[in-house]
Design a protein around this ligand. Structure first.
Ligand code: SF4
Length: 171
């Protein structure tokens, strides 16, 4: 995951990790680390199989609008295996019904939006880009990345407007 205070980008090792011991600067770790809440521990929908050392994935509630599944880049396809993929699809249905949350898989900076009826591979999502998910007029779902300053998405945030009418969304 990205740790802005350390200028650590997603998918890279933190220089303070000590193998077998954990964090070398635990007492002085950045606030992003101190406030981190592991979804495996805090999210009731995540069963025991989501234990990060076992699953090779970490569930992170990035904010109220996005649940991100950070995948170990050494096992980039593990999220497609069972029982994980069925969980992700079920969570995406739940998110769509409640119209407030995105389910995204992050493999480094590559992101895949997991939608109720499809998965959308967005490729590399740059730091100045945002991902929006929405429902089209025919009831299907879609996702697209935008530059954060694109006037077409002014006032929208990812996951916040689940049924927005963005003309540039792919069909
Ligand atoms: S908790 Fe420590 S090892 Fe982990 S990312 Fe933060 S500074 Fe690095």
């Amino acid at each position: 995951m990205e740790i802005s205070e350390l200028k650590k980008s997603a998918g890279t090792w933190c220089p303070h990790v000590v193998k077998g011991r954990g964090c070398a600067i635990y007492a002085e770790r950045p606030s992003s680390c101190a406030s981190f809440g592991c979804g495996y521990l805090h999210w009731p929908m995540a069963g025991d199989h989501w234990f990060p050392f076992k699953s090779k994935m970490v569930i992170v509630a990035e904010d109220a609008a996005r649940m991100a599944i950070h995948v170990d880049p050494n096992t980039p396809h593990v999220w497609k295996s069972e029982p994980y993929y069925s969980d992700l699809k079920r969570w995406s249905w739940h998110a769509a019904q409640h119209q407030f949350q995105q389910i995204v898989v992050a493999i480094g900076r590559r992101m895949v939006a997991v939608l109720p009826d499809k998965d959308v591979d967005l490729g590399r999502v740059a730091e100045d880009e945002v991902v929006l998910t929405g429902q089209l007029a025919d009831g299907s779902y879609s996702a697209m990345k935008f530059n954060a300053n694109d006037p077409a998405i002014k006032g929208l945030r990812y996951g916040q407007e689940y049924k927005f009418k963005a003309p540039r969304l792919p069909g």
